[in-house]
Unconditional design. Structure first.
Length: 201
């Protein structure tokens, strides 16, 4: 087996959820042992996505609700949120799934600094009890896709129509409210740089 350390970073801009999800699945199914890993940096138009373990909710608004093949419960994606999809061959890098989740969380924590933290039993990253980043991945034959969504500078109102990640009353926050001036593009780039360093460590 050939070890490829390179990570290709692609900046896709604002893209629809379903075609992007289909492209992730196709990439993961078609990749070879020597295919470089990729990080896709992007934003989505407004959409709720629901993980494998959750049922479709009634939100009372016109935002689409889509069932996906990732882990986790329900979350919201919209403009102003930095999404980093992680198409990583975990088996080739000898990274276990729990460790990979930890790496994703730690990359966000490193980006945000001392106020960010984990919550036992609730994947993601939190600041003062409010969720700022959601995680959801799928691993097929040792290869991961989906990834992390970091709230940067967005309309948080659609979160009020759901129980974010399945937790009733869970507050959400974003980088703008914490005093960060990063654009979603800048935040995604910084987060991807940290993540590449951790993958190659």
């Amino acid at each position: 087996m050939t070890l490829v350390e390179e990570v290709v970073v692609k900046r896709l801009g604002l893209v629809e959820y379903v075609p992007t999800w289909q492209a992730m699945r196709a990439f993961s199914a078609g990749r070879a042992d020597a295919t470089p890993d990729e990080l896709w940096l992007l934003e989505h138009p407004p959409v709720y996505t629901v993980g494998q373990g959750a049922s479709l909710p009634q939100t009372g608004n016109p935002i689409p609700v889509l069932k996906t093949d990732r882990g986790g419960d329900i979350t919201y994606h919209g403009p102003g949120q930095a999404v980093v999809y992680t198409l990583i061959d975990l088996a080739r890098r000898s990274i276990k799934v729990k460790r990979f989740v930890w790496l994703l969380e730690q990359a966000v924590i490193d980006l945000l600094g001392g106020r960010a933290e984990r919550k036992p039993g609730a994947p993601g990253v939190y600041v003062d009890g409010a969720k700022i980043a959601a995680l959801g991945i799928r691993v097929v034959r040792g290869r991961a896709y989906h990834g992390v969504a970091l709230n940067v500078d967005m309309d948080l109102a659609p979160f009020a129509a759901i129980d974010p990640c399945g937790y009733p009353g869970l507050r959400v926050t974003q980088m703008k409210e914490l005093g960060f001036a990063d654009s979603p593009e800048t935040a995604a780039s910084r987060l991807s740089q940290i993540l590449v360093e951790k993958l190659d460590a």
